[in-house]
Design a binder for this molecule. Structure first.
Ligand code: ZN
Ligand code: ZN
Length: 354
């Protein structure tokens, strides 16, 4: 990994104003996905998995409907984007499209959907979503399984009603050293929901400190954080435009990091905080992975890494790619959260939309 992303320090030390928050500090690892060409030996989003050639590839047996694009066409566009990215604007060596490629790009641009109805018959091969090596993200908690040091997250790129309107994930832990013969051409679903196909991204993991979402705090603490006079008395230098709602300053800039991340505190908002008991042993589950639509938005720009601040004018053509590098979109701009059992990480995971 040669990319580095650095989150600026928070605008103020919130524990100096509210010391009761100090014991609630948690470390999260922001993944900072950025378009690239990861290999099976890298941590990645949407990159190739280090998958043994003789291991069966997971499939989803649920009934499916609603796919909107042929994966082969989206893969072609990904390859074209990757090759264009190698040439700066105006470089005369930019590859020309063949008529077939141009026809595919035109069809994708037109948002016209087409597919063969037989494509949804039978089990659907899962797509690689994320691959996380413990060496890059030491916060990960592998199960007690010999040498487990690599977490692979795959998903079925369709909604799964009635229980979920988001993809269904499968988590696989394995020992990287045990994989000698790598599966180079895994099966792929012919048809997909475009929002659930990740662009290949390399990662730049960075640890940050988080505090709970305002919605998860005790009533007493929530009232204090919403009391502007306490912020004023602490002379914390918070912009007075936040005076009517200082809790939103806390929520946007001091508590939970936006974007793809491992661990930390969950973001709430789509629903109120809900208990997450382990389905196998009832232990309250911990956040494992947050799959986010946006790395930041206009309400939380203080989380934009230093390295990306030069391109954070919305008129910069790179802005959109930085804000939504993976192209994943959950529920029109939400996030999909995966939780694991801290008592026994091998217990089944759960997932929530937020
Ligand atoms: Zn499925
Ligand atoms: Zn459990």
């Amino acid at each position: 990994m040669n990319v580095v992303r650095t989150t600026p320090p928070r605008p103020l030390d919130v524990t100096a104003v509210f010391p009761q928050l100090a014991p609630l500090a948690r470390t999260a690892t922001r993944l900072h996905p950025r378009r690239g060409a990861p290999s099976a030996h890298d941590s990645s989003i949407g990159g190739p998995l280090l998958w043994p050639a003789d291991d069966p590839w997971p499939h989803c047996d649920a009934p499916h409907e609603g796919g909107d694009h042929a994966l082969a066409e989206l893969r072609l566009r990904q390859r074209i984007r990757a090759s264009e990215a190698m040439y700066p604007d105006g470089d005369p060596h930019v590859p020309q499209y063949t008529p077939e490629e141009q026809a595919v790009l035109d069809r994708l641009d037109s948002d016209e959907t087409w597919h063969d109805s037989t494509w949804l018959e039978g089990p659907v091969a899962l797509l690689p979503l994320a691959q996380l090596y413990v060496r890059d993200i030491p916060l990960l908690r592998p199960p007690a399984q010999a040498g487990a040091d690599l977490l692979q997250v795959l998903w079925c790129p369709f909604d799964h009603p009635p229980e979920k309107y988001m993809p269904r994930t499968v988590l696989v832990w394995r020992s990287a050293a045990a994989v000698t013969d790598i599966l180079t051409s895994p099966p792929e679903p012919p048809l997909v929901v475009e929002d659930y196909v990740p662009e290949p991204c390399v990662l730049a993991p960075e640890q940050v400190t988080e505090y709970p979402s305002p919605m998860e705090l005790s009533k007493e603490l929530r009232e204090q954080i919403g009391d502007w006079s306490i912020w004023q008395a602490a002379d914390a230098g918070v912009d007075s435009s936040y005076a009517p709602y200082p809790d939103s300053f806390y929520g946007s800039h001091l508590s939970v990091a936006p974007g793809w991340k491992v661990g930390g505190w969950p973001m709430w908002g789509y629903t109120d905080p809900a208990p997450r008991p382990c389905p196998a042993c009832d232990t309250p589950m911990d956040p494992l992975l947050s799959i986010d639509t946006f790395e930041w938005d206009s309400s939380n720009r203080s989380w934009i890494p230093y390295e990306d601040q030069a391109t954070t004018s919305s008129t910069d053509p790179r802005y959109r790619d930085l804000m939504r590098p993976t192209e994943i979109q959950i529920g029109g701009g939400h996030k999909q959260q995966i939780y694991f059992c801290p008592a026994a990480p091998e217990h089944p995971h759960i997932e929530l939309m937020q």
